[in-house]
Design a protein around this ligand. Structure first.
Ligand code: TXA
Ligand code: MG
Length: 532
């Protein structure tokens, strides 16, 4: 199919769009929130084509767009008395209201629910097209399902060129995030999706409004075992996105300490501090962030980095909508760098006695974070397993159990595969480590110790205030390894040779602890490390 490019400023193009819609066609239209992929809401075959073009799951209902209040009574079971107050305050505009539907709404529009979502857009072109078509228009965002919503005609073409009848070019969407969705079918009403109209604005009109828990967290119910990751794939670039809370200074320190290039998605004026940066909005300005956020998400993959670290917006006002979208783009991966206890990194050569040091630190009130355990936990996460299956073949998962040997064989086959593995697992390992640090903080630990053999090669160094390497003379290590693991001297020597030399550990550490067997000297050295 050839997708026609129509222009909102040409009356004949508007007439053409209306014609296409009346005849069962699909036309992407500009709205003040995002571009919508419109079809006649009363024509089930046309609406079915929307789902097909977007690859949209059948169980996700569509919003019905109208141009006037008179169009609403036939679409709903009963006009809710609260609707007129909402309409007076916010329509036309970025608000969608869910009410009980009438029989005129086809099941395909409401995805089988007994409710319908209705919105009256304020964008003059959207208004003109609905009015000219003379029918209500069902219109989801005009993106491929799972991709960031489109705020420009070019975004629509990137996703849907050749799959829809036309795109009506009408400039950039002003709001930039999809409409606020509220349902009047609960008491009190429930905010289902935050958007350009804020919770506070709605409460001024309706009184108390509850916020759906789905705004802040992923839903765990009815996840299917075959593709556990799918439910939370929204607005997602291919690049692994992590949302980072904290000050600009904490963020910059964290980005700068990463071992592999990352794309820094930050606020206006901050990008110059980074090698690969995409700016969105101004710090503290939810409206400006909303305007830019989807375009920023669409540009991340072009930055050529395996991972992106996104500055977390303040989730208040319109910022809540921005936060909500970014949370999904990040597959709910958020790390909070506001850490109030010292973080020590602990590493060392095999047999040097890192565990002895770690036990001494634990006895002095430090929380020990075992990174082997964290790495295992990370690979047990359904979203991680789904991503690993995508990258390395679904046979690495057997009866829900990860075949770690098979995964290792494939992932360590070459550098590109190893990088792919790291891009999937490292962001989760970092997130879980930061969570463990906050837990240590809550538990009253005097410091958190990240205990990791491969610390120096990992991004976890970015979290450490100080790094401690534990070293011991080779002959001492040799004896310890043989005794500990019950292996021959020759095998122990092989293991030792596989690791970097002592100088590597020493030069990358802030402090070296020599553990040659004198426990009281070691204890003294450990005590000197700890905060008073
Ligand atoms: O700003 C917007 O709302 C844009 C423009 C094009 O108007 N449209 C949009 O549509 O974002 P879509 O399909 O991407 O998102 C519709 C949202 C979904 O979260 C859907 O689950 C919810 O509205 N929704 C639709 N009908 C519903 C219903 N009957 N009950 C509850 N939620 C509903
Ligand atoms: Mg959408």
């Amino acid at each position: 199919m050839k997708t026609q490019l129509l222009r909102a400023d040409r009356p004949e193009d508007l007439a053409c769009a209306a014609d296409l819609l009346r005849n069962g066609g699909l036309v992407a239209i500009p709205t003040e929130t995002v571009y919508g992929l419109a079809a006649n809401a009363l024509d089930p075959a046309a609406v079915a084509r929307i789902f097909e073009a977007k690859g949209r799951p059948q169980d996700n209902p569509l919003i019905v767009h109208v141009a006037s209040m008179e169009e609403i009574p036939p679409l709903v079971a009963q006009v809710d008395p609260r609707l007129s107050a909402l309409a007076d305050a916010f329509w036309p505009g970025p608000l969608t209201v869910v009410m009980k539907k009438s029989d005129r709404i086809p099941a395909v529009v409401s995805a089988g629910l007994d409710t319908v979502a209705i919105r009256m857009p304020s964008h003059p072109t959207a208004h003109a097209v609905i009015a000219a078509a003379g029918v209500p228009l069902a219109a989801p965002s005009a993106n491929t399902s799972g991709r960031p919503s489109p705020t420009r005609a070019s975004h629509v073409l990137t996703d849907l060129d050749g799959r829809i009848d036309a795109v009506l070019e009408g400039g950039e969407s002003e709001v930039g995030v999809e409409s606020t969705v509220i349902t009047l079918t609960t008491d009190p009403p429930t905010l289902l999706r935050p958007g350009g109209i804020t919770h506070a604005q709605l409460e001024q009109v309706l009184g108390r409004i509850q916020i759906s828990p789905a705004v802040f967290a992923q839903l765990r119910s009815n996840e299917t075992a075959q593709s556990p990751g799918m439910k939370y794939k929204h607005y997602a670039p291919k690049t692994a996105v992590t949302l980072v809370k904290g000050s600009f200074e904490q963020y910059k320190r964290f980005v700068d300490a990463q071992k592999t290039p990352v794309c820094a998605v930050c606020f206006r004026g901050e990008g110059q501090s980074f090698d690969h940066a995409i700016e969105y909005g101004l710090a503290g300005d939810g409206n400006a962030q909303a305007h830019d956020v989807f375009d920023a998400l669409r540009r991340i993959d072009g930055a050529g980095c395996a991972r992106a670290l996104v500055r977390c917006p303040d989730p208040s006002g319109v910022g809540l909508a921005v936060y909500n979208r970014l949370l999904r783009a990040a597959a709910f991966r958020v790390i909070d760098l506001e850490i109030r206890i010292p973080v020590l990194g602990l590493t060392g050569q095999t047999g040097a006695g890192k565990s002895t040091v770690s036990a001494l630190l634990a006895a002095r009130g430090c929380a020990i974070i075992d990174c082997d355990l964290i790495a295992r936990t990370a690979t047990d996460l359904p979203a991680v397993q789904a991503a690993l299956c995508d990258a390395f073949g679904s046979d690495i998962l057997r009866d829900g159990e990860l075949d770690r040997r098979l995964l290792a064989r494939r992932a360590f086959a070459d550098a590109a595969h190893t990088a792919a593995l790291n891009a999937i697992t490292h962001p989760e390992i970092t997130r879980l480590t930061v969570e463990a640090i906050h837990q240590a903080e809550a538990d009253g630990a005097c410091a958190a110790v990240i205990d990791a053999a491969l610390l120096l090669d990992s991004d976890l160094t970015a979290l450490c205030d100080r790094i401690i390497s534990v070293l011991a003379p080779d002959d001492v290590r040799l004896q310890r390894i043989c005794a500990r693991d019950g292996i021959s001297e020759a095998d122990a020597r092989l293991r030792m040779a596989a690791q970097p030399p002592a100088e590597y550990y020493a030069s990358h550490a802030d402090l070296v602890l020599h553990n040659d067997g004198d426990l009281s000297a070691l204890q003294q050295a450990v005590d000197a490390v700890l905060p008073d």
